[in-house]
Design a protein around this ligand. Structure first.
Ligand code: NAP
Length: 245
């Protein structure tokens, strides 16, 4: 019997897509948020439904509060309730600081930080009423150590760390767990600009001598959503192969 439910932002591609697959394999009913990649989201919805999972793709720009509220209404009407919210949608720009415009800065903070704010704000009232819920935010190892040519991105991901810790304190008494994963380099389109030389260098810097897979991150998110993680909140789980120890 499928009984647990999840809303995943940015589930059309990359890490979010794999989170949806891993949760559905673990008997979750899923709502897949997407923004621009409609075809990919619809294909994933079909793939999950064909495998016997309840899945619904919902379009929303996480930057837009009204769109997020509508998405959450649709998710609750489809799922009944939201046991887990995964704030995965995110963008990076990869530009030296001198070339980073005000527009770049605002865009990164809008999607990565305001998007997380909008989704938490829209999902929390229902979780607080039920006195139960889990939220997993997707930060980045760069939010902890900072990355050259990624100042805006690193700052936005550090904001998610602070956001997670503060909100975990505030809603802990309502039995809501809020944690973060901080992935290292993961093989997705976000890193398509890296050449083989860069990749080899980065592989060499991890203790496990490899680049991460989308499954590595999805499994960590699944754990933080599980009953086994009931006493864990406000934590940042690095999924980086020992890049930063
Ligand atoms: P990706 O392959 O580029 O996918 C990004 C996802 O975010 C897409 O599904 C995209 O949806 C969605 N998205 C972007 N803007 C959105 C918006 N305004 N509203 C709703 N959805 C939006 O990236 P990824 O590598 O899977 O990254 C996923 C998360 O992991 C991000 O938060 C990223 O910062 C974090 N992360 C990634 C790495 C890495 O090495 N890949 C490392 C650390 C952290 P559409 O295509 O439908 O617009």
């Amino acid at each position: 019997m499928q009984n647990r439910t999840v809303l995943i932002t940015g589930a059309s591609r990359g890490i979010g897509r794999e989170i949806a697959k891993v949760f559905s394999k673990n008997r979750y009913r899923v709502v897949l948020n997407y923004f621009k990649s409609e075809k990919e989201a619809e294909n994933l919805e079909k793939e999950l439904r064909d495998s016997g999972c309840d899945a619904l793709a919902v379009c929303a720009n996480v930057v837009n509060y009204l769109e997020v509220q509508n998405m959450v209404k649709k998710a609750i009407s489809f799922l009944g309730r939201i046991d887990t919210l995964v704030n995965n949608a995110g963008i990076s720009i990869g530009r030296v600081f001198g070339d980073t415009s005000e527009e770049d800065w605002n865009k990164i903070f809008d999607v990565n930080v305001k998007g997380t704010f909008n989704c938490c704000k829209s999902v929390l009232p229902e979780m607080i009423e039920r006195k139960k819920g889990k939220i997993v935010n997707v930060s980045s190892i760069l939010g902890i150590v900072g990355g050259s040519c990624e100042v805006a991105y690193s700052a936005s991901k550090a904001a998610i760390v602070g956001f997670t810790k503060a909100l975990a304190k505030e809603v802990g008494p309502c039995n809501i767990n809020i944690n973060c994963v901080a992935p290292g380099l993961i093989d997705t389109e976000m890193n398509k600009n890296l050449n083989e030389h860069d990749l080899e260098l980065l592989r060499g810097r991890t203790s496990l001598c490899r680049i991460g897979t989308v499954q590595d991150v999805a499994n960590a998110v699944l754990f933080l959503s599980s009953e086994e993680a009931n006493f864990i909140t406000g934590q940042i789980l690095q999924v980086d192969g020992g890049l930063v120890i």
